[in-house]
Design a protein around this ligand. Sequence first.
Ligand code: HEC
Length: 214
Amino acid sequence: MSETGPTKEISQSAANDKHGDLLSDHSYDGIQEYDNPLPGWWRFLFWASILFAPVYFFYFHNGMKGRSIHDQYNKHMASVFELRFSEIGELKADRETILKYMNDEPKWLAVGKVVYQTNCVSCHGTKGEGSIGPNLTDDHWKNVRKIEDIAKVIEDGAAKGSMPAWKNRLSHPNQIVLTAAYVASMRKEPVGGKAPEGEKIPAWGESTSSPPKQ
Ligand code: HEC
């Protein structure tokens, strides 16, 4: 750890080299190092990101509604749906409406199908054959006696949440009605699957808006 002899000569000639860099004033076992500060732009980014982090955190994650990315996403989705549903307005979750969309509106029934495929297959199967949840294609139902009960079950859930409530998870109330219509339509094509549960109930009935089938 001495600064005499050849080491000192080397370090001094290094100190005076053509870059003119300064040596830091410590020496370990005769080894010295340049004092090369990080570039200004780098230190600026370093401090700026540290200062920015709490501002970002308190703005977006303070619990105020509408500021998080998730809230903004929902807001945009709601306006997309408003535009999309402007043609049909807000649907009522009653018998006539659900039957009408089940039988006569394949374009809108497809919206219900997408909701079903995105959210329901994990518990009810791709074709409604059932797994965790009951089979939705047979004539036996646990919580449903009339077609409009389907919309109620989707909206509020059942069995203390083992069938989740969807009213706050879907972006537009029409999605519940159209999903109910799609669920009702699956009963037209029983696929086997999970054994029947609940009571046997009568058929949904025909659409009031289409002429009786021959
Ligand atoms: C986490 C699993 C799960 C998911 C996801 C789920 N369900 Fe269910 N669902 C259930 C269970 C379990 C029941 C049976 C409740 C009971 O025992 O009363 C049920 C019941 C139902 C019923 C009533 C069936 C009957 O026999 O009365 C309908 C209709 C239904 N679900 C539709 C849906 C729709 C539509 C979705 C998607 C938006 C969905 N479910 C998503 C688990 C689920």
